[in-house]
Design a protein around this ligand. Structure first.
Ligand code: B16
Ligand code: MG
Length: 235
């Protein structure tokens, strides 16, 4: 007799929302470099702690953080906008060298497998350069929706970017997974009620429900199983 035991379950995973910088492509190092150079121009050497503190946050929030650390408390709006422009110009110079070979290994395969199982995909990025970066790495048509820093009004760790993505897809946050490399992004996804998968250093991202070291550690079966456990733990 065929027995339908408790191991036979329907996964509730409906969508996976991917962060961009540091997840789908290693551009986090370009942001780091551009901020480090700007910091040096202000006479301030960014530390590892600073790097993690600004990672995943919007351009303007990152600048505010650096100015505070560097003791520049009296900069006016026009000076700040020059620094923001300079940082972005440097970042765009660095991004120019990207090609489709720079997409994280396994990205296209994972996106294709998710699609073939009827699981939707989204990009959820704080960056205002997300479309440009997606074009450089050849992924601009690969997502069901793209939410980036040109659409949001609140920066990670606020969950807005991920909520907008879930809403675009018509999915409840509790049935979506978020893949994030930054502490601010992990906090946003947790606050937003998503299954939260950290990508990178577990000592930094340990608050996430799961942490993997590299993109190729992700699989559809794995994410579905994590989603089941996530939903089970809630009930
Ligand atoms: P931009 P993500 C974020 O992208 C980066 O992690 C963060 O370091 C950067 O400051 C932010 O985008 C804004 O980027 O200056 O290009 O608008 O990780 O959310 O994909
Ligand atoms: Mg990121």
């Amino acid at each position: 007799m065929h027995h339908l035991g408790s191991s036979v379950s329907i996964s509730s995973l409906q969508a996976v929302i991917f962060d961009l910088d540091g997840v789908l492509v290693d551009t986090a190092r370009f942001h780091d470099q551009a901020w480090a150079e700007l910091g040096l121009g202000l006479g301030y050497v960014l530390t590892e702690t600073d790097r993690h503190a600004i990672k995943g946050r919007s351009r303007s929030d990152s600048l505010e953080y650096i100015l505070e650390q560097a003791g520049w408390n009296d900069a006016d709006t026009s000076q700040k906008s020059k620094w923001l422009h300079a940082k972005n110009a440097r970042y765009l110079e660095l991004v120019e060298a990207l090609t489709p070979h720079d997409a994280a290994p396994g990205t296209l395969v994972l996106l294709e497998q998710l699609r073939s199982e009827g699981i939707k995909t989204a990009l959820g990025s704080a960056s205002q350069n997300a479309i440009k970066v997606l074009q450089k790495i050849g992924l601009e048509t690969c997502f069901d929706t793209v939410v980036d820093g040109t659409r949001t009004t609140r920066s990670k760790p606020d969950p807005q970017v991920f909520w907008m993505a879930a809403q675009d897809l018509g999915c409840e946050p509790g049935n979506c997974a978020v893949v994030e490399d930054a502490l601010a992004g992990v906090q946003a996804a947790l606050e937003g009620g998503f299954l939260t998968i950290g990508l990178g250093d577990a000592s930094v991202l340990g608050a996430a429900h799961r942490v993997v070291q590299q993109f190729s550690d992700l699989s559809v079966q794995g994410i579905k199983a994590w989603q089941l456990a996530f939903n089970h733990n809630k009930s």
